[in-house]
Design a protein around this ligand. Structure first.
Ligand code: NI
Length: 179
């Protein structure tokens, strides 16, 4: 079911979400279906459970075949539950981000370039990956939602914050999808 995406200003986006403890129940399956339906409807590259008002540590993401952003780097469709992130090295990289909870806007955010992440899939199976670049950025953005952090909170230069259609009118399309 397509759910309403909460927008910045809603206090529920600032909450710290709780770990999932029941991987077998119908509630998790229904939540993931709603998240997939909502992300597809919004044509997003990622979505965190608190964005639809559910304060659990669940994110989904995946980009690469999107209608609006066919040139976005490939990120495999992923369900990540109870994530643990570890920066690999000190290197940060600035990059444009958008968020379904901050519609119509984009901003440049510094993120760890190299990242290790671990967590559980929808069947409760542990997995881990070492990633970089856009994939690392999407994971950091989504997992921030679980701690009540929105990307504008991470920005260091607010002159690099603006409306997508104004910022990117010269090239016709924003570089990456909203998450
Ligand atoms: Ni977001």
């Amino acid at each position: 079911m397509i759910r309403e995406v909460l927008r910045m200003g809603d206090p529920r986006l600032l909450q710290v979400s709780q770990p999932v403890t029941d991987f077998a129940g119908a509630a998790l399956r229904a939540l993931l279906q709603d998240m997939r339906d909502t992300m597809a409807h919004e044509d997003g590259a990622g979505l965190a459970a608190p964005q639809i008002g559910v304060p659990l540590r669940v994110v989904i993401f995946g980009a690469g075949g999107q209608r609006r952003y066919p040139d976005a780097p490939e990120v495999p469709p992923t369900v990540l539950i109870n994530p643990l992130l570890t920066a690999l090295g000190e290197e940060e990289e600035p990059g444009w981000e958008g968020c379904l909870s901050v519609p119509g806007l984009r901003g440049v955010v510094p993120r760890w370039r190299h990242l290790h992440y671990a967590g559980y899939d929808e069947n409760g199976q542990f997995f881990e990956r070492t990633v970089e670049g856009f994939h690392a950025r999407v994971v950091q953005h989504e997992v921030d939602h679980l701690d009540g952090i929105l990307y504008p909170h991470r920005m260091r230069d607010l002159s690099l914050f603006g409306f997508t259609d104004v910022l990117f009118k010269s090239i016709g399309a924003a570089p990456e999808g909203d998450t």
